[in-house]
Design a protein around this ligand. Sequence first.
Ligand SMILES: Cc1cc2nc3c(=O)[nH]c(=O)nc-3n(C[C@H](O)[C@H](O)[C@H](O)COP(=O)(O)OP(=O)(O)OC[C@H]3O[C@@H](n4cnc5c(N)ncnc54)[C@H](O)[C@@H]3O)c2cc1C
Length: 412
Amino acid sequence: MQTFDIAIIGGGMIGLTLAVGLSGQGFNIAVLDTSEPDPKWFNTDESVAPAARVSAISLASEQIFRHCQVWEQIAEKRVCSYQNMDVKEQDSFAHIHFSHEQVHQPALGHIVENERIRAALWDKAKACDDITLIAPAQINKVHMQGSTNIIQLENDSLISARLLVGADGGRSKIRQQAGFPVTFWDYGQHAIVATVKTQEAHNETARQVFTQSGPLAFLPMWKPNLCSIVWSQEVEQADALMAMSDDAFSKVLASTFDMQLGTCELITPRQRFPLRMQYARQWVSEGVVVIGDAAHTIHPLAGQGANLGLLDAAALAETLIELKQQEKDIGAWANLRAFERWRKSEASHMIASMEAFKQLFSGNNPLKKLVRGVGMSVSNALPGFKQNVILRAMGIKGELPQMAQPLSRHHG
Ligand SMILES: Cc1cc2nc3c(=O)[nH]c(=O)nc-3n(C[C@H](O)[C@H](O)[C@H](O)COP(=O)(O)OP(=O)(O)OC[C@H]3O[C@@H](n4cnc5c(N)ncnc54)[C@H](O)[C@@H]3O)c2cc1C
């Protein structure tokens, strides 16, 4: 039996960030995942085709990656730092524009391929003496026994840990086995993602158009004419879009986007993801905690799911380090309750904002459209309002863990 202080189930972006954030603090940590990153993402060059899955990484998440000493590797190549954000409504005068100058920052955020982030974190974790990466790992059973948890793998090896962290995504086994109840609703939409080549350059601007049946985002990638699209559509429309030929899809895509970047050409296959809001009503029990998508999944319209999860990881790392310094039990339910209250409040705030946004932009009622148009034009002229929205999206508003704050603030 291998014994650890902390066993993190799920070596995705969130679980690995927690492990690296905890390294060097006297813990003995295991990270288990069903698979390692594909080797091509470790030293990616131009011959590697663009990945369809990307994330808009906020300034707060960038700070967390800097703290984990992986940002340099991530930002070295294949990253677009975007300066502007444009939000429009299809067939309407409604328009709102955000710029990095409004918040006195060099950029509003960065668009990065998910697998490159995971590979950089994996590399870092592998180099840490106090982290053991166990992959591929297939969990057979988890015995949650209060004071110690025991994980039995398919190959019959046993792992014990005082604290079990479920960072195993939206269908979390750890959350299910801990019996944490979940509130959920189906957004009734599927997101279609793909990478496209556009006729015109994106000019480091992230663009989003709200259509009657869901939002369509063009996220700028590292080449001037390369964008990642996230097109959330009601299920029937998504079925029809997935059934089209590449050519037909590209034409509908460009016209739905009002030809803002001219014609489009698909350069990766389309993938689709059913969208569901999910929120665990309990995140913590004796010896168990869930973070990231295991605790919450939200609509991708504002690109905040991973950013929210990275803040969970940073907040949990901060909590566990403090408990260790105070010689308190890192697995005691009572000691983890403050973390749970802190992050549940931030996540529920984000879920409510996403819902308000989605409701505001759904439907084609002419009066609702007029109100939206006027509202967006007025908001566009209000610098205070815009600044508030953008600071939230950049993750630099709200109660931030230290790891998410600029390094100079906590390193003196
Ligand atoms: C279309 C779309 C676009 C998005 N765009 C953005 C964006 O722009 N910005 C943003 O911030 N967020 C975005 N998100 C959300 C973001 O992708 C997720 O919030 C994020 O990936 C969650 O990370 P995670 O590590 O919690 O979960 P996951 O990425 O699901 O990782 C879970 C890990 O656990 C492992 N695992 C699962 N089960 C087990 C098991 N039983 N044993 C061992 N390992 C296991 C998996 O292999 C995986 O590595 C988007 C989501 C979608 C659907």
